[in-house]
Ligand binder design. Structure first.
Ligand code: CP
Length: 315
């Protein structure tokens, strides 16, 4: 449901298994440990990566999946007014684990209270996106060549991470800030860089502030924010969360990562983005070796394979 439920030992375990999954896929493509198991992907908001990586993960483990859309499609009785909880309880009769995305913050938690089988939060409105944060931290450690296995959370390297973009609506940054604060005890500096009005919510900053090893800084100049940074984590401005298109147009394009910026930032600073992107990273940056967002996307499948195997007791 939330990254706040993840223990340091749990994180190390997920990373160790995700690494094993990557080796397995790259050497043999798939295995059969989840043969006979079924996943339900239930998405009331659009998704390319989260839905498809969970589905691919289940199939590469030998299982299969059912996919159900929200009110907009014909694959669910949500269109006839069925409640979210009833829809998930129905699917639980046929499947072994559910991955759920919904547009209301807190909705996945409500479903979990009534559920009888595992439910994994794939994004609840502007709340959290915990599996994205897991794959983000996995990618950070992988790109910076920090240990991924048993002592993954005992890394001695302090990290400076710039969180850029729509930090108000971006559930990926909400989960990532909390997970880094909770798990990277060697020290974390979080630099928040957001257009006016899209700053990180107070409750997230208050959660992070509990951890003495974390420093929080608010900055407006992107070049300055990137100085001595290890990671630039870019997010899109979320048009669908704005009350009017005028309000969106007023802030869109406030920050753009382009080739010129990349010349002015540390030569070893890694660029991540949960994707999809709109205009906040120029495609010209994609060929820069520091642009790791496509590797990040691939890691998502390995991390989700690890999560499914753990949840189904098939490690
Ligand atoms: N990162 C992410 O959640 O992407 P999708 O919306 O495509 O799932």
């Amino acid at each position: 449901l939330s990254v706040t439920q993840m223990t340091p030992g749990g994180l190390s375990l997920v990373f160790e298994i995700a690494h094993q999954m990557r080796v397995m896929v790259q050497t043999q493509g798939a295995d059969t440990r989840c043969q006979g198991k079924l996943l339900a992907t239930v998405f009331y908001e659009a998704s390319t990566r989260t839905a498809c990586s969970f589905q691919a993960a289940m199939m590469r483990l030998g299982g299969n999946f059912l996919h159900v859309d929200g009110e907009g499609g014909n694959s669910s009785a949500a269109k006839k007014g069925e409640s979210l909880t009833d829809t998930v309880r129905c699917l639980e009769c046929y499947t072994d684990v559910t991955v759920l995305r919904h547009y209301n913050q807190g909705s996945v938690g409500t479903v979990i209270e009534a559920a009888t089988k595992p439910v994994i939060n794939a994004g609840d409105g502007v709340g959290e996106h915990p599996t994205q944060a897991l794959l983000d931290v996995f990618t950070i450690y992988d790109e910076l060549k920090l240990p991924l296995s048993s002592n993954a959370t005992e890394n001695s390297k302090p990290l400076t991470i710039v969180l850029l973009g729509d930090l108000k609506h971006g559930r990926t940054v909400h989960s990532l800030a909390k997970l880094l604060a909770k798990s990277h005890t060697a020290g974390v500096t979080l630099r928040y860089c957001a257009p006016a009005g899209l700053e990180l919510p107070e409750e997230i900053q208050e959660y992070v502030a509990q951890f003495d090893h974390v420093t929080q800084e608010t900055m407006t100049d992107l070049r300055e924010a990137c100085q001595q940074a290890n990671i630039l984590y870019v997010t899109r401005v979320q048009r669908e969360r704005f009350e009017s298109d005028e309000a969106y147009q007023a802030v869109k394009g406030s920050y753009v990562v382009d080739a010129e910026l990349m010349q002015q930032v540390p030569s070893d600073m890694i660029v991540l983005h949960p994707l999809p992107r709109i205009d906040e990273i120029d495609p010209a940056v994609d060929s820069d070796p520091r642009a790791a967002y496509f590797r990040e996307m691939e890691n998502g499948m390995y991390v989700r394979m690890a999560l499914l195997a753990l949840v189904l007791g098939k490690v």
